[in-house]
Write a protein that binds this ligand. Sequence first.
Ligand SMILES: [Zn+2]
Length: 85
Amino acid sequence: MIILRFISYVIFGVILYYLLHFALRAFFVPRSRKREESEAEELVQDPQCQLYIPKRQAIKKRISGRDYYFCNQKCLKGFLERTHS
Ligand SMILES: [Zn+2]
């Protein structure tokens, strides 16, 4: 009888562990994965230095109907000088 009770405790413990494990995964994994994907999508290339930068940090400039993204003001200036000469 003691062995049976022990086994039932072990089984209960395993079930509880899996329930917690999946519950935690369901709560945390999709959210963090979603955040990573959205950050990856927002990468833009600086046409001046060819560097990839997050869109949020980039300097956006509309030149002849097209949007360009630059890592800093120096690149923006350099690109403008390159395209307008
Ligand atoms: Zn740059």
